[in-house]
Design a protein around this ligand. Structure first.
Ligand SMILES: C[S@@+](CC[C@H](N)C(=O)[O-])C[C@H]1O[C@@H](n2cnc3c(N)ncnc32)[C@H](O)[C@@H]1O
Length: 1010
């Protein structure tokens, strides 16, 4: 091995990373993911930790240096003393057992100072990671500098650039930049390229510069210090407001307020003309948040020919308890009208069902109750014969939403937009491309009901709104440029050499700045489109009462009753709101260090910058059809930014042919699609293997599909095929880290949900002289190397539920070190067989850790495996106890079991002696320690911490026992017990830290011998 192992190839504080990744999901304001929607984003916490640990050396590589540091050496010596004492005790016990003719596994290798000094150092690096992954520390310079310094140290002051050839939403490049590295992002799709330009390429050009808008200039005078991207964000807000004001002037008439009168608390009605004229103080003008529409279709019942009836999936407006509000259709012969009702409905199920027949997309005629089968509705939709009728108006009251019935006037204003020439023009030009059909994407498609072009996805009024905003975003550039020049003249803003070079020419002066503002505002436009299409529905749930966005899922399903938002309101989906989201997000960017984003195909060699650290998250099989879905945004971005990035927006729609997605639609058949995907992925991975320098590992995220988890919780062939492709591309594997965005202690059942949502594969280019080996030699190398690797994982408190997946890494490291492993019949060992052997080996290694346990615990473990906490025959217990060098009566005395009436049973944790004191226990067992710890943990961490403080290094053996017990429970599908053992390990780090803070003198180790 000619390279230094990186931390990621040995251990990670995985639970801390996963915990932060899970937390990140609930952060809305300011998270970079809110800048622009992209599907299947990786959590920033995971990307940050993975990059850091890929660059920092594992401490085992610098032991000599660590030993020279007297503080580190001293800390290690202290730890060694305690561990050595424990090991001596375990060795003496083993000798005693052997002397009585009883076989028992040895207690593992003797602890050595070199290994402990590395371990202590590893813990220091873990602490850096634990702080680094916290969302709150994203811009904490102290925390970031500590991480950057470690990277610099391990890279001799010259860290490599980071390259992500499947950059998507940009989590990896953004985190690379945050860590002080030069970041290179590329993607085939122009939308993510633009997102990455906005994330990493544009901010460094203008970081630290004050805003140029007149308001800020007046306030600032000649001075003003603006940290990072704060100045840029301020201008986004100002020019966003400018766009809004101009838009209101041009199209405000389509978005009129409603004049209402309050009747009783929370009840409003429309003001009549007289009230509007005469008693102004009683009349309130409220802004409309949304107009709620129902699509309609002609009733197929001959008695109702010509009558259009509504297709409604729910009549609810608000389900807030005590404030329930809904739409009630009131029928009058062949006509009907919608009224608003409040209170307790007689038939809430009917409201939830709307006019649906029960089965999805089948409806009933409101007037005749005749069925409206899906095929009929589809046929009418395709023929362009669906209509729409206003159901309700939602306005912004001072104390919450105000729901009002539809009016003729409101309907007519909306309809008047149909005749505006710009609407037809948009539909026949840039919005004329087709929306995806069922064969193109997974998930629902509205094209099946006639919404077959991008133009169909917006009402006429929505098109007026979006096209006006788009035009104004192009116009605002002139305004910004003028202000920029004034800022130079008035405030002494520094001049640049390239005032007339735009972003595409690498400019950083007036023109580039003006274009940048329009890039960010066009992201607010994307948000407006996402919340402003006619497939947005109304969310009546108590906490929301708001518009849903178009892409709740990675699909474009039909929406029957849709909500048309008002861009000029102040609620979610409004222009103001969208600009604020964008500005908040920009404010959080590091803006430091160079970043580059370009459009490139990852299967082309030229995409790859030689000598980079590669970290990437490729598409997974057919999970998401990025190119098909992203046309929704592309058509608007192209319309607005084509002049800024002419090359990026060259094509009318997003390029699709070389996208690495396995869709039969594009490739002719399932087999051809699969072949295209695997060949392309292998080429891309091979390109990375060739461009990567030997000093660094490559990290590849592999996202599991739900369907890949079978009942046993193990992965399907998709995972094995991917591993095979990675190996075939010239890599060997050195780590596999399960990453999740759900907490592992929240799992409801063991086994079924055990697989993480993704795995980070840590790869190294395979040595050119990799040899061939036999199955036997492979197995003995596994046996030799796996125990230490497992120790490192356990020391990092990896959740027991993740241990098996993480152990694949070191196991695969052995397997993939060779060009081939030959089976006994001469055939080549497959990845599948290698995985089976690694799993077997893992079981064996865990079993061998029993050497650390006392005889009573070994007995309890074997008994538990067979009976759990149920009763078994006394005779069997006695026989087992002889084999383990202990006695049933002794163990009853020790307080771990009960023996009565010829039956023996292990005590459950709640039956253990509540007054138990390990310092006075004459027969202290690891079994008791473990279960007392779990019991105390149920009442909070401090009790468990006191116990750990008292026990010193002995307590660590309880953690080892928990891993063993977890595997037994998992195999036996004992979910409750498995969760308890998993939780003990997960809490270990925190409990240990708490124990470290307790200031009581613990009895010496000798006082508590086992
Ligand atoms: C899983 S996503 C990346 C997500 C990203 N890591 C994030 O956190 O947002 C995969 C990306 O691969 C891109 N892609 C698909 N085929 C490609 C190809 N041939 N070359 C480059 N990029 C491609 C897709 O456009 C998509 O953005």
């Amino acid at each position: 091995m000619t390279y230094k192992k990186k931390l990621i190839e040995v251990a990670l504080p995985l639970e801390a990373i996963n915990k932060e990744a899970a937390r990140e999901k609930s952060i809305r304001h300011g998270h970079p993911s809110t800048l622009h929607l992209w599907w299947a984003r990786r959590p920033l916490a995971a990307c940050r930790a993975v990059l850091f640990a890929s660059l920092v050396d594992d401490p085992s590589e610098c032991v000599a240096e660590l030993m020279k540091d007297s503080a580190k050496r001293k800390a290690a010596e202290k730890e060694l003393k305690a561990r050595k004492q424990l090991w001596d005790e375990q060795t003496a016990l083993l000798a005693k057992a052997l002397a009585s003719g009883i076989s028992a596994p040895p207690p593992g290798p003797e602890p050595k100072l070199e290994a402990i000094v590395a371990e202590v150092e590893r813990e220091r690096l873990f602490e850096i990671i634990r702080k680094l992954v916290k969302w709150e520390n994203s811009n904490n310079e102290d925390v970031l500098n500590a991480a950057r310094a470690e990277i610099m140290r391990s890279c001799n002051g010259n860290p490599p650039p980071v390259c992500d050839p499947f950059c998507g939403g940009g989590s990896i490049p953004l985190e690379a930049q945050r860590l002080g590295l030069e970041a290179h992002a590329s993607d085939l799709n122009p939308v993510p390229v633009l997102i990455n330009k906005a994330l990493i390429e544009i901010p460094p050009k203008f970081a630290g510069k004050p805003p140029v808008n007149p308001e800020a200039r007046n306030k600032l005078g000649a001075s003003g210090s603006w940290k990072g991207t704060a100045g840029l964000a301020e201008d986004i807000r100002y020019y966003g407001q400018w766009v809004r004001n101009e838009a209101l002037k041009r199209i405000g008439k389509f978005y009129q307020d409603v004049a209402v009168v309050s009747e009783t608390e929370g009840q409003f009605r429309y003001a009549n003309p007289e009230e509007i004229q005469n008693s102004k103080n009683k009349v309130e003008n409220l802004k409309v948040i949304a107009w709620l529409w129902a699509r309609t279709v002609e009733s197929p019942n001959p008695a109702f020919t010509g009558c259009h009836v509504p297709l409604v999936s729910s009549f609810w407006l608000s389900t807030k308890p005590g404030k329930e509000t809904w739409v009630e259709p009131v029928i009058n012969g062949k006509t009907y009208q919608f009224e608003i009702r409040k209170g307790q409905p007689q038939d809430p199920d009917w409201l939830s069902r709307g006019t649906r027949a029960g089965k999805a997309q089948d409806f009933l005629c409101l007037l005749s109750k005749s069925p409206l089968p899906r095929e009929y509705v589809r046929e009418q939709g395709k023929a362009g014969r669906l209509g729409a009728r206003l159901m309700a108006v939602v306005a912004e009251g001072s104390r919450g939403r105000v729901y009002l019935p539809p009016t003729m006037e409101a309907e007519m204003i909306a309809q008047s937009a149909d005749s505006i020439p710009r609407v037809a023009e948009a539909r026949t030009t840039f919005l004329s491309g087709t929306t995806p059909t069922r064969a193109m994407i997974t998930g629902g498609v509205c094209s099946a009901y006639g919404l077959s072009t991008w133009g169909h996805l917006f009402t006429s009024r929505q098109l007026i709104g979006l096209t006006t905003l788009s035009t104004l975003i192009t116009e605002v550039r002139k305004q910004v440029m003028e202000d920029y020049e004034l800022a130079i003249a008035e405030n002494g803003r520094e001049k640049t050499n390239s005032p007339t070079a735009g972003l595409n020419e690498g400019g950083n002066g007036a023109k580039a700045y003006a274009e940048s503002i329009s890039v960010y505002l066009s992201f607010a436009l994307s948000r407006s489109a996402d919340r402003g299409s006619c497939i947005c529905s109304w969310d009546s749930s108590p906490k929301m009462e708001a518009l849903r966005n178009t892409f709740g899922r990675q699909a474009l399903p039909m929406v029957w009753d849709f909500a048309e938002g008002n861009p000029f309101s102040d609620s979610s989906g409004s222009w103001n709101n969208n600009v604020e989201f964008t500005a908040k997000s920009v404010e959080k960017f590091a803006g430091s260090n160079l970043g580059f984003a370009k459009q490139a195909d990852a299967t082309e060699k030229t995409t790859f910058i030689k000598g980079s650290l590669f970290s990437t998250d490729p598409p997974y099989y057919d999970n998401i059809s990025y190119a098909e879905l992203s046309d929704f945004f592309y058509v608007w971005l192209r319309q607005t930014l084509r002049a800024v990035y002419p090359n990026l927006f060259e094509t009318l729609l997003v390029p699709k042919a070389t996208e690495l997605v396995a869709t039969p639609f594009r490739h002719g058949s399932q087999e051809l699609a699969e072949k295209f995907f695997l060949d392309g992925m292998s080429t891309a991975i091979h390109n990375m293997a060739e461009a990567t320098p030997p000093a660094f590992p490559v990290t590849i995220y592999y996202a599991f599909k739900q369907a890949e988890r079978d009942d046993e919780g193990s992965a399907s062939t998709g995972w094995e095929t991917f591993l095979e492709a990675v190996l075939r591309a010239g890599f060997s594997l050195t780590g596999t880290w399960p990453m999740r965005t759900e907490l592992s202690n929240r799992m409801v059942s063991v086994g079924t949900n055990a697989l993480a949502s993704s795995v980070v594969l840590v790869c190294r280019a395979r040595m050119a002289d990799a040899g061939v080996t036999s199955r036997r030699d492979f197995l003995s190398a596994l046996k030799k190397e796996l125990p230490e690797a497992l120790r490192h994982l356990q020391k990092g408190n990896i959740a027991p539920v993740d241990l098996a997946q993480a152990a694949i890494g070191p196991g695969m490291a052995v397997f993939s070190r060779y060009a081939k492993v030959l089976e006994t019949d001469g055939s080549t060992m497959s990845v599948r067989s290698a995985l089976t052997e690694i799993n077997k080996s893992l079981d064996e290694v865990l079993a061998e850790q029993e050497g650390e346990f006392d005889a009573d615990t070994r007995w309890a473990l074997a008994w538990f495996d067979q009976y759990g906490f149920n009763e078994g025959a006394y005779g069997s217990a006695e026989t087992l106890s002889t084999a383990k060098n202990t006695s049933v009566s002794g163990m009853a005395e020790a307080g771990i079991l009960t023996a009565k009436g010829g039956k023996v049973r292990l005590l459950k944790k709640e039956e253990l002696d509540a007054n138990w004191n390990p310092a006075t226990d004459k027969r202290l067992t690891i079994w008791e320690i473990t279960h007392h710890l779990i019991r105390r943990l149920e009442h909070g961490e401090s009790g468990a911490a006191e116990l750990i403080k008292l026990l010193g290094v002995k307590a660590e053996v309880a953690r080892d026992l928990s891993y063993r017990l977890y595997t037994i429970c998992e195999r036996r599908k004992w979910a409750q017990e498995a969760i308890a053992y998993n939780t003990l390990v997960l809490s270990w780090g925190d409990v240990q830290r708490l124990a470290g803070e307790i200031k009581v003198a613990a009895p010496s180790q000798g006082e508590m011998s086992l």
